[in-house]
Design a protein around this ligand. Structure first.
Ligand code: 13P
Ligand code: SF4
Length: 361
């Protein structure tokens, strides 16, 4: 998309841009489907035909036959949608710079290097199931497809890990250390059966014995947004608002999740709030846009943001009404615009790992 076209959209009043999105979206009808992640800003989120967590949105992408999908989310989500849709369906990411800093913490070369190093201690292809969080590049999903592994999301990590341990004795989990650790602890895996793999260090900073003993090898990655929550924030909230329930996303640290009353994906957090009786009070540890939306939608249930600091995902925030309108204009003009297209060979292997996850339900 030309920067001149965007500049022209920024020169218009925001209300005009919103009106233009409304009428163009109506005009395009079933030529386009707009998917919106819960962390999207309100001005964009309101136009989502389907909103959800990564699991729900990937299931939706796998099921739709609409020719154009505009994914209001981040790059790995659009890649996933492209992998799960037919070749003649076009997936667009309104702002191609909307990445995910966690997904960038593991790349194909680093994971291949880790697998190679593991061969000096064990036979990884016989003993280790690679599991990648969906917040990862298509290349890593392909690695899992090629090596008997699977993808997971924050909504099904335990189910996928149970499957992974059914296949082989160990799991290599990347790129989010916290989701892997929190899920394993919830499944009763003791701490002494987990090690952390620090890319760049020989054997990831572990001894051969520790790797042989481990059932779970956790890549040392994290979400810079969720790491801002601290367990002390829960203690303060509980002191200030007796009876409050703390809800946390599993990308938060182990200490934050242990201090919470409920840990779950964005979709699960929403369901928890929706199903609670009026008068329930919550402090929520996940991205600010979602917490603010819940607060507005449930005035009868006081809701606080767990951290005193603002924790927003700056890359999710990149998708603004101007980029959404430009993407709709691309669809109207039959331009591929900011299409996200995973190379065929990578997509074929990545689809195997994604399908294993989807088949688990
Ligand atoms: P979910 O919406 O799947 O819980 O994931 C949160 C997230 O960080 C997406 O990047
Ligand atoms: Fe990535 Fe964290 Fe943003 Fe989710 S919230 S997209 S994990 S940086």
């Amino acid at each position: 998309m030309s920067s001149k076209r965007l500049e022209a959209l920024y020169a218009r009043a925001e209300s005009e841009v919103i009106d233009a999105i409304t009428s163009l979206r109506a005009e395009l009808g079933d030529r386009v489907l707009i998917l919106g992640h819960h962390y999207q800003r309100e001005e964009v989120f309101r136009f989502a035909d389907v909103s959800g967590d990564s699991l729900k949105l990937s299931q939706q992408a796998a099921a739709t036959h609409v020719p154009n999908i505009i994914f209001c989310g981040v790059h790995f989500m659009a890649e996933t949608a492209d992998i799960l849709t037919a070749d003649d369906q076009c997936v667009m990411l309104p702002d191609p710079a909307a990445g995910c800093s966690m997904a960038d913490m593991a790349d194909g070369a680093q994971v291949a290097e880790c697998w190679q190093q593991l061969t000096s201690v064990m036979d990884p292809d016989a003993q280790v199931t690679p599991v990648t969080y969906i917040n990862s590049t298509a290349e890593l999903k392909a690695f899992c497809g090629e090596h008997g592994g699977a993808v997971c999301t924050s909504g099904n990590a335990e189910r996928v890990m149970r499957w992974g341990w059914g296949e082989r004795e160990k799991i290599l989990f990347f790129p989010d250390r916290h989701l892997g650790e929190n899920s394993a602890l919830a499944m009763g895996i003791p701490e002494n059966e987990m090690v952390v793999w620090r890319p760049g260090e020989p054997l990831g900073g572990n001894s051969s014995e520790a790797l042989q003993r481990a059932r779970l090898i956790l890549w040392d990655g994290f979400c810079s947004v969720h790491q801002l929550f601290q367990p002390e924030h829960s203690a303060t909230m509980r002191q200030q608002h007796p009876g409050i329930a703390v809800l946390a996303h599993p990308e938060c640290s182990r200490e934050v999740c242990e201090a919470a009353d409920f840990v779950g994906s964005t979709e699960m957090i929403i369901r928890y709030v929706v199903e609670a009786p009026a008068g329930s009070q919550f402090a929520i540890a996940t991205e600010l846009n979602l917490v603010n939306r819940l607060r507005l939608q449930h005035p009868d249930k006081p809701i606080w943001f767990l951290s005193p600091m603002v924790c927003m995902c700056s890359t999710m925030f990149r998708t603004d009404p101007q980029h959404l309108l430009a993407a709709l204009q691309d669809v109207a003009a039959d331009r591929s615009g900011n299409r996200v297209q995973v190379p065929t060979a990578v997509a074929a292997l990545a689809r195997i790992a994604l399908q294993r996850m989807l088949d688990l339900g």
